[in-house]
Write a protein that binds this ligand. Structure first.
Ligand code: MG
Length: 207
């Protein structure tokens, strides 16, 4: 990451500590070129870290979000940010923030924003993935859905990164941890690294 890109990422709203951001960037750098997918864009903080790596290795990054915020981002919830509310809908609206982030980062030619729910996009997604970053809605239902919809498209040798993985329930919600356990128990993925709540796995087989 250049100092300019680090400055853009650190000025972007989001929930990604610096050590996890660096680990995410490093993991992405070790992925192959081709198509990468990030699930859960928000304002694009992690998108800058992954997108910079995509540029470096010649990959294209698609980043998927409905841009209306998860439950915890809505009015009255813990992670609500009133400055991100669209007065027209009364809902969170993070797409304009993402567009500004990508502009500032100079990543418009590397990153394609996909606006929709993972349920919508999962129905038609068919492209092989060299890198998949799961950081979308953290309910059990959606986290499991997102794994089932997109992880099968990760090619053998490709990487699966999962954010907000907390083995101890005292530290955070269980669904991302359950997704990591499912991936490893399937026999298709092996753990590569753990940095804070970021887990990186590699697809080792087609099983
Ligand atoms: Mg996250």
């Amino acid at each position: 990451m250049t100092p300019d890109l680090l400055a853009v990422a650190s000025a972007t709203k989001g929930f990604l500590p610096d050590d996890e951001a660096a680990a995410l960037h490093d993991a992405a750098l070790s992925a192959g070129p081709g198509l990468w997918l990030e699930v859960g864009t928000y304002c694009g903080k992690s998108t800058v870290h992954v997108g910079a790596a995509a540029r470096a290795v010649g990959a294209q990054l698609a980043t998927l979000d409905h841009h209306r915020g998860s439950e915890e981002n809505q009015p009255g919830w813990e992670w609500h940010d009133t400055s991100l509310v669209d007065p027209h809908t009364g809902r969170l609206e993070t797409l304009p923030s993402l567009r500004r982030t990508l502009w500032d980062a100079g990543l418009d030619d590397v990153v394609t924003a996909i606006v929709g729910t993972t349920q919508q996009v999962g129905r038609w997604w068919s492209s092989p993935l060299a890198f998949l970053f799961l950081d979308g809605n953290h309910t059990e239902e959606v986290a499991q859905h997102d794994y089932a919809a997109f992880a099968p498209h990760v090619v053998v040798g490709g990487l699966l990164a999962v954010h907000d993985v907390f083995p101890d329930p005292a530290d955070g919600g269980r669904p991302p941890w359950n997704v990591v356990c499912r991936a490893i128990d399937s026999g298709a993925f092996e753990e590569v690294s753990v940095t804070g709540s970021l887990r990186v796995l590699r697809r080792s087989s087609d099983s």
